[in-house]
Each structure stands twice: as C-alpha cells, then as structure tokens.
Write a protein that binds this ligand. Structure first.
Ligand code: HNI
Length: 141
C-alpha cells in the first residue's frame, strides 16, 4: 500500500504532468501500440498514428483521469466506478492490457522526468498504477 509520502509524491507527479498531458499520454499510448501491437485492436475506430488528434486527445484523457485519481487514492473504487464499468462492459478490455499500459506510462515518465524519476518515485507510481488498474479491470468477466 502507498505511504503518506508516496501519496503526496503521486499527487505532485501527476499535477506536474497535467500541463503536458497530451504529450505524456500520447507517448505512453504510442509506446504501448508499438511494443504490444495487439492492444491496437481496441482502438480500431480511432486514428492512432503518431501525433494524431485522436491519439493526443485520448492520451490527455488518460493523464487527466490519473491525476484525478491521485487526489482521491482512498476512494478509487467509487470515483472510478463509471470508468471501470466502461472498460469492462462496453470496451471489454482484458485485464492483462492494463499492465502493458502501466509499463509504458512508467517508461514515459522516466524519459520525461529524468533524474526526478527517482527509485522512490518509480515505486510509488508503480503501486498507484497497479491500484488504479485493479479498479478499472475488476468488473471484467
Ligand atoms: Ni482507457 C477510454 C482512461 C487503460 C482502452 N480510457 C478511456 C477514457 C479514459 C480512459 C479517461 C475515456 C472515457 C470517456 O470518454 O468517457 N484507460 C484509462 C486509464 C487507463 C486506461 C486511466 C489505465 C491507466 N484503456 C486502458 C487500456 C486500454 C484502454 C489498458 C486497452 C488496451 N480506453 C480504451 C478505449 C477507450 C478508452 C478503447 C475508448 C476510446 C474512444 O474514444 O473510443
């Protein structure tokens, strides 16, 4: 579980990412599509080419959702309930895919935060993304 220090760090990191949400989110998605091409099947209805409007706007939504979740870590299950139902029932996203995006989000943060992406930040973000994804994928059957 996240310590109080880790929770504070998570909020700071995602607040810092908000002004560049499109860049961070789209880079993580592009990494996911390139490294794990099967994930593209869920986005067949969108133009996910590098720097496309769809890719950038979707990437922004992901970072904004994470930043919002970071501020409400103790109530993720309730705040994310609509998004969880959407991913499980409408989109039918298999839970394994969340680990793939989480990995790409970590790599993207590491590339963009440089020395500020310390081992402590790495561990805190990894725990947060795991908790976030567990809620998004828990309703999948
Ligand atoms: Ni996800 C839509 C956030 C993981 C495929 N996703 C969203 C939306 C948000 C979001 C926010 C927009 C909802 C809306 O418009 O009401 N997704 C997140 C977050 C994570 C995540 C925060 C994990 C950290 N999504 C995934 C994964 C996949 C995925 C792992 C598939 C590999 N998401 C989608 C698809 C959509 C989507 C597909 C719909 C896109 C569209 O606009 O049609």
């Amino acid at each position: 579980m996240l310590s109080a220090t880790e929770k504070e760090l998570i909020v700071q990191i995602w607040e810092k990412m908000l002004p560049v949400a499109e860049d961070i989110g789209s880079e993580a998605l592009l990494r996911m599509f390139t490294t794990f091409p099967k994930t593209k099947t869920y986005f067949a209805h969108l133009d996910i080419s590098p720097s496309s409007e769809h890719l950038r706007s979707h990437g922004k939504k992901i970072v904004q959702a994470l930043a919002e979740g970071a501020k409400n870590i103790s109530t993720l299950t309730t705040t994310l309930a609509p998004l969880s139902r959407f991913h499980a029932y409408q989109l039918r996203i298999h839970p394994t895919n969340f680990r793939l995006l989480n990995h790409c989000l970590l790599v993207t943060l590491a590339c963009n935060m440089g020395e500020n992406f310390t081992a402590v930040a790495h561990a805190a973000v990894d725990k947060f993304l795991s908790a976030f994804s567990a809620v998004l994928s828990e309703k999948f059957r």
